[in-house]
Write a protein that binds this ligand. Structure first.
Ligand code: PGA
Length: 267
């Protein structure tokens, strides 16, 4: 089986001024210590746009990934409020989240726009972390599989234009495309999915990716679990067969504490 390197990604959402972001990032980097540069695992932060450039400069030889929270598919143009992949690359940002459920819920983003954003990132040589996940009503109706299938198929319309090399990137242990399974009912609620629910959804997602793309891509793709992950529950997820890491909101805001969470995954 492909050895997929574990990935711990923090999502700071709309938190922290630039000064606060720099201080948290520095304590994250320092607390990760030598492990942060070893390449044994990947760790990263999805920061607010205004702090990205500063954080990308503050890596100082560490391998910490710096990601945006969104990116537009066009190179440039009349898209007020958006940021292009070229702009992110210009300040040495590694990639971006795409279609986080808060973008879908509050800003009307769709499965199709998720695919366009992810495809533009991958074509631009950046990483794309595409978020999927069902709502509470969908889970209660027993419909989580059909939601995930719809989200993957919708995004695949644009992603199918990419070849395997663009989807996987230059390092097979760290493919350029990552999927994050974040059930909406688990985000910020303190009510994480059970490990059984996470494994079931991840196994289903891997099957869907094999069906829509290829078995090769499905076996190398990293699948992160997100939704109320904390230091206590993290290893219950990251030791599951199809969970390759975590996407962490609230528990990533304190840089040193988030480093502790990353190190717990990799110890
Ligand atoms: P949470 O957020 O860890 O605070 O639940 C996760 C996310 O939205 O990515």
């Amino acid at each position: 089986m492909t050895r997929r390197r574990k990935y711990c990604l923090g999502n700071w959402k709309m938190h922290k001024t630039q000064r606060d972001a720099e201080a948290s990032f520095d304590s994250f980097r320092e607390a990760l210590g030598a492990a942060g540069g070893s390449g044994a695992f990947d760790a990263g932060i999805c920061a607010p746009a205004l702090s990205l450039q500063a954080l990308a400069c503050r890596r100082r030889g560490s391998r910490i990934r710096v990601l945006a929270q969104n990116a537009h598919w066009a190179e440039q143009g009349a898209f007020t409020g958006e940021i292009s992949v070229g702009m992110l690359r210009d300040v040495r940002v590694d990639g971006s989240l795409v279609a986080h459920s808060e973008r879908r819920q509050h800003f009307g983003e769709t499965d199709a726009s998720a695919g366009l954003r992810a495809a533009a990132l991958l074509k631009g040589g950046c990483e794309a972390v595409l978020c999927v996940g069902e709502t509470l009503a969908e889970r209660q109706a027993g419909a989580f599989r059909s939601t995930l299938r719809r989200q993957i198929n919708g995004a695949a319309a644009a992603l199918r234009s990419l070849n395997t090399a663009e989807l996987v990137g230059s390092d097979p242990a760290r493919p350029a495309l990552t999927l994050a399974y974040e059930p909406v009912w688990a985000i910020g609620t303190g009510l994480a999915a059970t490990p059984e629910q996470a494994q079931e959804a991840h196994a289903f997602l891997r099957e869907e990716v094999a069906r829509v793309f290829s078995a090769e891509i499905a076996s190398s793709l990293r699948l992160l679990y997100g939704g109320s992950v904390n230091l206590k529950n993290v290893t219950a997820f990251t030791t599951l067969a199809d969970v390759d890491g975590v996407l962490v909101g609230g528990a990533s805001l304190d840089g040193a504490a988030f480093a502790g969470l990353c190190l717990a995954v990799h110890s």
